[in-house]
Design a protein around this ligand. Structure first.
Ligand code: ATP
Ligand code: MG
Length: 570
C-alpha cells in the first residue's frame, strides 16, 4: 500500500504518531519537520536520548526532517564545550540532523518581532524590579496586578527597547513584557518577560547583544522560522503552550507549529537534571561528565552501552503523557540483550589464583581453538593457550565448600571452559597469612573439549587463563552511583545518598592474550563475569583497561528478591 500512509508498519504507535497521522490525513501538514532543541549548558543524558530518538525517529519514519537547534539564549550558562559534545552524542546515537541551527542565529529577527509586538501594543518595557514583578504577578489563587508601566506609549516603548539594546541600562533596570492578561488563571500569560538585559559574553555572538530573549519567546519563533510542524517537548511546558500560541497568533505568522508534550524519562537510582549532574562533576563526586557511572550519553558510552541498546531502550519505554520512573534494571536488560548478541566471548580472571597442573608436561603449550560466540559460528574462533600453570578466580575455590558450592574444592573435579577436567589434590597456604596461595591439581587428558569419554559429569565450569599466555589488565567494576531508588526525593540532599562502593578498581586481573590489542570501545563478554568495554581514554596500546558495562544477570533483582524472601520468613 505504498503512498497510502507514511508510517512504516514496524514503528510502534503512540499518541504523537496518531496526531501526525491525523494532521497528514486532514492536510493540516504535508510533511513532518521536527527539531531537537538542547540548551548547551551541560552534557546530554539518557533523558535527552528519549527526546532525540523521538524527534529524529519521527522525521525518519515520515520521510521528513529533523534539525538540531541549540537553544542558546542564556549566555551565562552556555559553552562551546557543550555544543561540541552534544553534536558528538547525537551522531553517536545514530542520528544525522537535516540542518544545524542556533537560536542565536535568529537574534536579529527576534528583535524585529519584538518591535512588531510593541507596535501592536502587545509588548511594553516594564521597569519594576524583580521583587516588585514577583509581587505584581499574583499567585496560583489570586490574580496579578497590572504594572504601572503597562500603558507606556508605543513611541516610549520603542525608544526604551532600543536603548536597552544599545546597552544604556544596567541589568535588571527594565524588561520587555508581553501584554496579555494579568488576571489569567495561567500565570504564564500574566505579562511574561520576553527580553531581559544580560551583560554577558555569548559563546557565538560575543558582545554584540546585551539583551537576550526568554526561552518561551525565542522557542516558538525559532520553530516557526524553521518551519517546524510538530514541536515536541516535555510535559512541564504544557502550561506554556498558550503563550507559545499567543506569540505566533499575535504576530499572525503564516507558519504555526503545534507544540505537543510527552512525559519525561525518569530513571531510578540516578539523578538526571543537568544542574545536579553539574554539581556531581564540579564537586568531584565523579571523575567527569563522562564518568562511566553517570547517566550522561558520554558516561554510558564510556561504560560500554551501545547506541543500539539505548535506541531500543527508548523505543521500549514508549511515549506517553503519564509520569513514570523506569527501573535502571530495564536499561541494563536492554544493553545485556544487545551485548549478548554482538559481544565476542573471552576469558579474564579478575582475582587470580595460581593452579599448577602437575601431570601436564612442563614446557608444553596447546593452542585451543575456541569459538568467539556460542550461537554465532560466523563470528569465528580464536586461539587460547593452555599450559601447566593456569590462573582461576579466587572465588572459584573453597577449601571446605558447603554442599551447594559447585566449583573447585579439595578433592573435587571441575571443567575448565573449552579445555579439560581438573581435580584438586593439594592446597598451598601462605606461611604467614594462612591464605590459599596456590593449588596443585591433575588433569584428565581424555576430557579435552570438556567432556569425559566415560560419561562422568562435573557440576562446575570455570573460566581460566594460562599464566604465561595472559596479560595483566586493569578492570573497573561499576555499580549504581546512589544507594537509594529516588535520590534527592523528599528534600534529601542527593549528595549524601551516594553509593561509596560504586567503583572498584582491580589492577591485577589477567586476560587472554588475544585481548592485548583490543581497540578502545571494543566490547566483550568475559565468561561468567559480565560485559566489558575497553576504556576510550585510559587504555594504551597493548594495555587495555576494561570497564564493566553490566553483569551477566541482574544481581540487584536477585538481592531485592532475597530481601523480600527474608522479610517473608522473619
Ligand atoms: P534538564 O532538566 O535535565 O536540565 P532540560 O530540559 O533543561 O534538561 P534541554 O537542553 O532544554 O534540557 O533539553 C533538550 C530537549 O530534551 C528538550 O526538548 C527537553 O524537553 C528534552 N528532555 C530533557 N530531559 C528529558 C527527559 N528526562 N526525558 C525526555 N526528554 C527530555
Ligand atoms: Mg531546558
Amino acid at each position: 500500500m505504498i503512498g497510502s500512509t507514511n508510517t512504516p508498519a514496524a514503528a510502534p504507535s503512540h499518541f504523537i504518531r496518531q496526531r501526525i497521522d491525523d494532521d497528514l490525513k486532514t492536510g493540516k501538514n504535508h510533511s513532518v519537520v521536527t527539531r531537537f532543541p538542547p540548551e548547551p549548558n551541560g552534557y546530554l543524558h539518557i533523558g535527552h536520548a528519549k527526546s532525540i530518538c523521538l524527534n529524529f525517529g519521527l522525521a525518519t519514519d515520515y520521510h521528513g526532517k529533523c534539525n538540531l537547534r541549540f537553544d542558546d539564549t542564556n549566555p551565562v550558562k552556555e559553552d562551546v564545550e557543550y555544543v561540541e559534545s552534544i553534536q558528538e552524542d547525537v551522531l553517536w546515537l545514530g542520528f544525522q540532523w537535516h540542518s544545524l541551527y542556533y537560536a542565536s542565529d535568529y537574534f536579529e529577527k527576534l528583535y524585529e518581532f519584538a518591535v512588531e509586538l510593541i507596535q501592536k501594543e502587545k509588548a511594553y518595557v516594564c521597569s519594576l524590579n524583580s521583587d516588585e514583578m514577583r509581587e505584581y504577578r499574583g499567585t496560583l489563587t489570586t490574580a496579578g496586578r497590572e504594572s504601572p508601566y503597562r500603558d507606556r506609549s508605543v513611541q516610549e516603548n520603542l525608544e526604551l527597547f532600543q536603548r536597552m539594546r544599545q546597552g544604556k541600562f544596567e541589568e535588571g533596570a527594565h524588561v520587555l513584557r508581553a501584554r496579555i492578561d494579568m488576571a489569567s488563571s495561567n500565570v504564564n500569560l500574566r505579562d511574561p518577560a520576553i527580553y531581559r538585559i544580560r551583560k554577558a559574553h555569548h559563546h557565538r555572538t560575543g558582545n554584540q547583544w546585551c539583551i537576550y530573549p526568554m526561552y518561551d519567546y525565542a522557542h516558538c519563533l525559532s520553530d516557526m522560522l524553521e518551519g517546524i510542524t510538530h514541536s515536541i517537548c516535555t510535559l512541564e511546558f504544557e502550561d506554556h503552550r498558550p503563550l507559545y500560541d499567543w506569540i505566533l497568533d499575535t504576530l499572525k505568522t503564516t507558519v504555526h507549529p503545534q507544540q505537543i508534550e510527552f512525559s519525561r524519562l525518569n530513571l531510578d537510582y540516578t539523578v538526571m537534571s543537568k544542574r545536579k549532574l553539574l554539581q556531581l562533576v564540579q564537586e568531584k563526586k565523579v571523575l567527569g561528565w563522562d564518568d562511566p557511572r553517570m547517566p550522561t550519553l558520554q558516561g554510558l558510552r564510556r561504560r560500554g552501552f551501545t547506541p543500539e541498546s539505548l535506541r531500543d531502550f527508548c523505543e521500549r519505554v514508549g511515549v506517553t503523557k503519564k509520569e513514570s520512573c523506569i527501573e535502571m534494571g530495564f536499561l541494563e536488560t536492554c544493553v545485556r540483550e544487545d551485548l549478548d548478541r554482538i559481544a565476542p566471548r573471552s576469558m579474564c580472571v579478575l582475582n587470580p589464583l595460581r593452579v599448577v597442573i602437575e601431570n601436564y608436561p612442563e614446557g608444553e603449550v596447546e593452542e585451543l581453538e575456541v569459538p568467539n560466540h556460542p550461537n554465532r559460528p560466523e563470528m569465528g574462533t580464536r586461539k587460547v593457550e593452555f599450559s601447566r600453570v593456569i590462573l582461576i578466580e579466587q572465588g572459584d575455590f573453597m577449601e571446605n565448600p558447603p554442599p551447594k558450592f559447585f566449583r573447585l574444592g579439595l578433592g573435587r573435579e571441575v571443567r575448565l571452559r573449552s579445555a579439560y577436567f581438573i581435580r584438586c589434590h593439594q592446597v598451598i597456604h601462605d606461611p604467614i597469612t594462612g591464605q590459599v596461595q596456590e593449588l596443585r591439581c591433575t588433569y584428565d587428558s581424555a576430557t579435552r573439549g570438556g567432556s569425559a569419554p566415560d560419561g562422568r559429569k562435573v557440576k562446575g565450569t570455570l573460566h581460566w587463563v594460562s599464566e604465561a599466555h595472559s596479560i595483566q589488565v586493569e578492570v573497573r567494576l561499576y555499580d549504581r552511583l546512589f544507594n537509594v531508588q529516588f535520590p534527592g526525593a523528599g528534600d534529601q540532599d542527593f549528595l549524601t545518598q551516594m553509593n561509596p562502593n560504586s567503583l572498584e578498581i582491580l589492577k591485577n586481573c589477567r586476560a587472554e592474550k588475544s585481548l592485548t590489542q583490543a581497540p578502545p570501545e571494543s566490547r566483550f563478554q568475559f565468561e561468567r563475569q559480565g560485559y566489558f568495554c575497553v576504556d576510550r581514554w585510559d587504555s594504551r596500546p597493548g594495555h587495555p583497561v576494561f570497564n564493566r558495562t553490566v553483569t551477566l544477570k541482574d544481581s540487584w533483582a536477585k538481592e531485592k528478591n532475597t530481601s523480600r524472601n527474608q522479610s517473608l520468613t522473619i
